[in-house]
Structure formats: C-alpha cells, structure tokens
Design a protein around this ligand. Structure first.
Ligand code: MRU
Length: 353
C-alpha cells in the first residue's frame, strides 16, 4: 500500500527471474491506493481486462510481464515446447483488450527476443524478462522526452483541456499528455487544466484529477458534455490528449469522446495536440478506419460504480474508443520530437530514427 505522498507507480516487477508483478489497482482510485500481486498470467489478463491497469503503454507493459509470468512454470520444457507454450500464452494475452497497439508490439518483441535468447527454457525466459524490463525503462525515458518536447508548446497563463487519463498511471514513467502539463507547470508556467470526467468509467475524474492535484497543478473537473461550452467561453487555449493507436497517416484512436473535442477545437481555432510514444504507432494500418474499437460491458453505462442509472433491460452501445481523423491534429508529440502534418512522412521518419 503506497502512502498518499509517494509517487504512484502503475506496474512493478518484484524480484528476479522467479519474481511477480505488482499492479496498482486503478479501479479503487481515488478512494484507495492498493496494489494486487499477480503470480500467474490469468491474474494479469483479468487486471488488464477489468482496467485495474489501463492506459496504452502501462497495459502493454503489464502484458509483457504477463508473458514472463506465463512461462515461469515452464522452465523444464525443451526449446520447441517452450516456444510453443510461449505462443499460446501470448495469444491469450492478445485477447484482453483490442485497441491499444502497444500490447501487441511489446508481445511481438518479447517473442522475438525469446526465440533469439538461447537453447534452454531458462535462457529464453531470462530473455523475456530482460526485454520486458527494457521496454519498461524505454517507456519511462520516452515519457521524459515527450514532456520536454511538449512543454514547449504550452504557453504561460493558458487553460488546457484534457480527456481521459494520460498520466503516470497510464505509463511506466511520468505519463504522456499529463507529463507535458506537469513539466510546463514546473517550468513556472501558470496553467489551468480542465479535466473531462470521461464517462463511463471516469478515468478523468478518478485518476487525472488525482494525479494533477498531487503534482500541484490547478485542475478544474468538468462533465464531458461541458467541454464545448467551456471551449466556447474562451477558457481553453489548447487541447492535449494521449492515444491508444496511431495509424500511419496520423489518424488516432483514444478514449471515447476525444473525436468530438477535436471537432470543437477546430471549430474554435485552438490547437489540438496528441502525445504518445512511438510504440503507440501502428505503421501497418494505413488510416484509422481499421483500428479495432473495443466495445465494453453495457453495465458500465447502466450501473457504473454500483448504482443503477438506466432502466433494467435498456439497450446500450458502449464503444470505449473513437478515431479522430488526422486533419484535426495540430501536432503529435513523440519521444523523437514534435511531428507536424503531413503525418505520413513525419511518422515514417520518426520510426526510422
Ligand atoms: O480505457 P483506458 O483507460 O485504457 O483508456 C486510456 C486512454 O484512452 C488514454 O488516453 C490512452 O491510453 C493514452 S495513455 C498514455
């Protein structure tokens, strides 16, 4: 159990090759700061599926460690049997959530590392763990770089609107969009952050507001449906969000509600920034039309947090993400720098660096 003033860490591998995964249970926030210790892959699958750990990089990193855990009991196998088992466990982990691409990119990387890792199961398992650790460290470094690049875009005295949660708890480091805001704040810029509460699971209210308040920022929580009015009143100089998957042309998926804000920002002529590491880019998708959109349990809409808010039996459609076309995006901030339109060549360049 972390103390109230300690930095919150979404995910942590505890121990060495026979270790386990500690996950801060984000479904309990903001009321309780509690962790669960996962010692098998089913625990990790459930934690990702139920959003105990969420946010594109963080859930991907948990999945990477999930693959390590899923093979921890298989060190007696020969090389071929170990690799076969690894592909089974990886295939299972790939079913926990479909939209954020980081999970798939990280699992591909772990599978390749194990294959190259040696002849014995122990060596291949060590390669899995080393690669998961490397991905975690790279993500933390990427967060710092994104914060550095992105803070230059934020002016003194600005109101900034954000949606969902793209903070430390969505990553293995300082966060993406929120790391930019925290850094701008630490540079002495006076900013006020309007945080959308983010229906139906309230990541904005429960997690973004908590993280930004703990970092000393001026936060104002608004209902999602208030965003257009807040922007029209001239309170917002920029919108800044994270992403779950960015296609090769810069179209991107993020939490449901993002697209509407992008359209409103364009209508009012204010910049709309996306902040995401290159591990969120899916160069295999030409545009956003083929990004898989997760559809979640209707109960999140009708009885979220235990209280029934709609009639029994009502039909519900609950897509968890939407796709924003690249024409609404002013810039994409990555660890490799700030990308501007046209995004096709800019994305190719940053992936080659
Ligand atoms: O359903 P969630 O909470 O996993 O959705 C998270 C988001 O949409 C974030 O904005 C996105 O993953 C970027 S986080 C760095």
């Amino acid at each position: 159990v972390a103390g109230l003033n300690e930095p919150l860490r979404a995910v942590e591998w505890v121990g060495e090759q026979d270790g386990y995964l500690r996950i801060l249970d984000q479904t309990e926030l903001p009321g309780r700061i509690e962790s669960i210790d996962c010692r098998d892959v089913d625990c990790v699958w459930e934690a990702i599926h139920s959003l105990r750990i969420r946010g594109a990089p963080a859930l991907g990193i948990a999945g990477a460690y999930g693959l390590v855990l899923g093979l921890s009991g298989e060190l007696h196998l020969d090389r071929e049997a170990f690799l076969r088992r690894m592909r089974e466990v990886s295939a299972r982990l790939r079913t926990c959530r479909p939209t954020a691409v980081n999970l798939f990119i990280y699992l591909d990387r772990l599978e390749a590392a194990a294959d190259r890792g040696g002849d014995s199961a122990r060596q291949m398992h060590a390669a899995l763990l080393a690669t998961a650790r490397a991905i975690e460290a790279e993500n933390a470094a990427a967060c710092d770089a994104m914060a550095r690049h992105g803070a230059e875009l934020i002016g003194d005295g600005w109101g900034v609107l954000t949606h969902c949660n793209a903070g430390a708890l969505a990553t293995a480091g300082a966060g993406t969009a929120l790391a930019v805001l925290v850094r701008a704040h630490r540079q002495g810029k006076r900013i006020r952050v309007y945080a959308d509460e983010t229906r139906p699971l309230l990541q904005g209210a429960r997690i973004t507001a908590l993280e930004l308040m703990r970092s000393g920022l001026d936060v104002v929580l608004i209902c999602d449906s208030a965003a257009a009015q807040v922007i029209a009143e001239g309170r917002v100089r920029a919108v800044i969000v994270g992403a779950d998957r960015i296609a090769a042309n810069g179209d991107f998926a993020n939490k449901i509600g993002t697209r509407g804000i992008a359209v409103i920002a364009a209508e009012h002529g204010i910049p709309f920034y996306v902040v995401a590491p290159t591990s969120t880019i899916d160069p295999g998708l030409e545009d956003g039309d083929s990004i898989p959109i997760e559809e979640r349990d209707p109960a999140e809409v009708t009885e979220g947090f235990g209280s029934r808010t709609a009639p029994e039996g009502v039909r519900v459609y609950n897509p968890a993400f939407d796709v924003t076309p690249n024409r609404y995006v002013t810039a994409i901030v990555t660890e490799g720098g700030v990308l501007e339109p046209p995004y096709g060549p800019a994305i190719q360049r940053v992936l080659q660096d």
